[in-house]
Design a protein around this ligand. Structure first.
Ligand SMILES: [Zn+2]
Length: 356
């Protein structure tokens, strides 16, 4: 989620810079159905359904509990809305459920979560999400930070794997969270607006390295669980860091949600080679948001501009301007584009092609 335009304000995740000039890519639109593996649609808006149809898009609609963010305070209302949107979109918005981990020390926590998640799976959820509050915020009564590899999650993660669902893990944040505010960072406005998640202001909390190590440990401990590391797995600074994890953990993939601009900031050829080498491990995603109070016409316009910008970046060699920078498109081979935009989501998030 992002904070760059008022109509689709989303402060849960880190902002992106202003979208590039909205131009249709000269290479034209793809000739296949695209999947956006991570977005947030919590308004049953016919305008969105129409856009999905027109662009031949499918979305994974992500529920997430963030106590600091309006509309995301609790899981259940999001589940209900996601189901409504799924039906309204005629199955073009599949959904990912979630749970609130805040009472993890109370007896029967894991059992309760399993009952809740099971209900969402029965209602059609194809994945479940865990969030950055694990590692960055929640603390035990004894003063220990709850980390993603805490054994309390073991039965929950094993349950998700046993049901053949996928785990979406938004763990940690961009490195900018641990640094002083920097106006040149794509993540500046998010941390300016969200001091609760600006770790630089909370030096007593775990380091990014410690949180990612715990995330890696969680992945390693559950070899049957497919894990989508949201937002480039919070390794947005350097694709080499992502590559290291891909080499170590065969069940780990990443989505690009709200981090395409972070790819744009890295050397073009390096990113291109990374996406080609690991062409089976990256899922295209935007993190676009539509809350009940957003104007659907404005939101749809913004979404379309972003889809066009991203396609231009991945599919063409044209110049792309964003936030004052001009870079060259990656011109990925067609077979790689198809995996990035479709096949990888189908493979890593089974159920995504459910009834449309
Ligand atoms: Zn998101």
């Amino acid at each position: 989620m992002k904070d760059r335009l008022p109509v689709i304000v989303c402060l849960l995740m880190v902002c992106s810079p202003p979208a590039a000039t909205a131009q249709e890519p000269k290479a034209g639109q793809p000739m296949f159905e695209r999947i956006d593996a991570h977005a947030h649609v919590f308004q049953a808006a016919p305008q969105v359904y129409e856009m999905l149809q027109r662009l031949d898009l499918r979305i994974v609609n992500i529920c997430v509990v963030d106590k600091y963010e309006r509309g995301y305070e609790e899981a259940d209302p999001q589940h209900a809305k996601a189901l409504e949107v799924f039906r309204g979109s005629r199955g073009r918005t599949l959904w990912c459920s979630t749970f609130d981990p805040q009472d993890w020390e109370s007896p029967g926590f894991a059992e309760r979560v399993i009952v809740e998640l099971n209900k969402t799976f029965q209602d059609g959820a194809i994945a479940a999400k865990i969030y950055k509050s694990i590692g960055m915020e929640l603390k035990s009564k004894a003063g220990r930070y709850l980390m993603p590899d805490d054994p309390v999650f073991d039965p929950i993660l094993e349950f998700i794997a046993a049901r053949n669902k996928t785990l979406y893990a938004h763990i940690a944040e961009p490195s900018a969270a641990w640094r002083p505010l920097d106006p040149s960072s794509p993540h500046y406005s998010y941390y300016k607006a969200n001091p609760d998640w600006h770790m630089y202001l909370h030096p007593e909390r775990p380091s990014k390295e410690a949180i990612l190590a715990a995330r890696d440990h969680m992945v390693a401990r559950h070899p049957k669980l497919r894990v989508v590391g949201c937002h480039l797995g919070s390794m947005e600074d350097d694709v080499d860091e992502i590559a290291k994890r891909f080499d170590l953990y065969p069940t780990f993939v990443v989505d690009t949600a709200a981090r395409v601009p972070d790819l744009m900031r890295q050397p073009r050829e390096k990113v291109r080679m990374f996406l080609i080498k690991y062409q089976d491990r990256v899922l295209y995603a935007t993190d676009l948001v539509m809350m009940p109070w957003d104007n659907p016409e404005e939101a749809v316009k913004q979404w379309e501009a972003e889809y066009a910008r991203d396609w231009k970046y991945f599919a063409t060699d044209e110049a792309i301007t964003y936030s004052g920078h001009t870079i060259g498109g990656l011109a990925l081979p067609k077979s790689v584009l198809r995996k990035l935009y479709h096949d990888n989501a189908v493979r890593w998030v089974p159920g995504i092609l459910g009834a449309k």
